[in-house]
Design a protein around this ligand. Structure first.
Ligand SMILES: N[C@@H](CCC(=O)N[C@@H](CS)C(=O)NCC(=O)O)C(=O)O
Length: 204
């Protein structure tokens, strides 16, 4: 398998899960501006959507969309706790967090990447995210990870997206459970390994 990624982008989440699951996969860095990979390939021919991540399988098929790639990777190593058993309520709960992270958090950051932003528009986008962070903060009180006491694929994704707050100078100090969560996740050895591999350790 090969993961197409861009350092610090949402493709960090599948890298974290590959590390946590002990999966040996290859990586190919994508330059999103030129749509070429470090190995010299035209990325649009690999993923016509033009965004990362994409996961090339041994079969030659290519999977896209973060939640799907995360689910696929975790399913390669059953019994790790990264993803509960198929059909269980716990699994749907993890998927609920994956969807929340994708639709409400990840896409909430989208306007901030399209610089330059007028101050009023930025204030609206940040205000919207702050409301989502407040909900997250409530949920994280008294639990270590999103779905309970075990780290799951949803945490890899949520951590990745929340880490963009620092880049965009979004203050998380009103959300102490969220900041404690970020510290907890970034202390995991396999998360550190993934961050190191993408040259992000100083920002963790
Ligand atoms: N729905 C997609 C979103 C992926 C996405 O937004 N990727 C960003 C990086 S975090 C990207 O590659 N953006 C460049 C672009 O959209 O052209 C997924 O879940 O994989």
């Amino acid at each position: 398998m090969k993961l197409y990624y861009t350092p610090g982008a949402c493709s960090l989440a599948p890298r974290i899960i590959a590390c946590e699951a002990g999966l040996q996969i290859e990586y190919d860095k994508v330059d999103l501006k030129t749509q070429t990979t470090a190995s010299g390939r035209d990325y649009i021919r690999i993923n016509p959507k033009g965004y990362v991540p994409a996961l090339a399988l041994h079969s030659g098929d290519v999977l896209a969309e973060v939640p799907v790639i995360l689910e696929y990777l975790a399913d390669q190593v059953p019994g790790t706790r990264l993803l509960p058993k198929l059909g269980s309520l716990e699994r749907y709960r993890v998927k609920e967090w994956l969807d929340f992270t994708g639709a409400e958090l990840h896409k909430g950051f989208d306007p901030l990447w399209t610089a330059p932003m007028p101050p009023k528009a930025r204030q609206l986008a940040v205000g919207h995210l702050q409301r989502r962070f407040a909900y997250l903060d409530q949920c994280l009180q008294g639990r270590s990870y999103l779905a309970g006491q075990h780290f799951t694929v949803a945490d890899a994704y949520c951590f990745t997206v929340l880490s963009w707050s620092r880049f965009h100078r979004i203050d998380l100090s009103d959300h102490p459970a969220v900041t404690a969560y970020m510290t907890r996740v970034s202390a995991r050895p396999m998360v550190k390994r993934a961050l190191q591999a993408e040259g992000l350790m100083a920002q963790a």
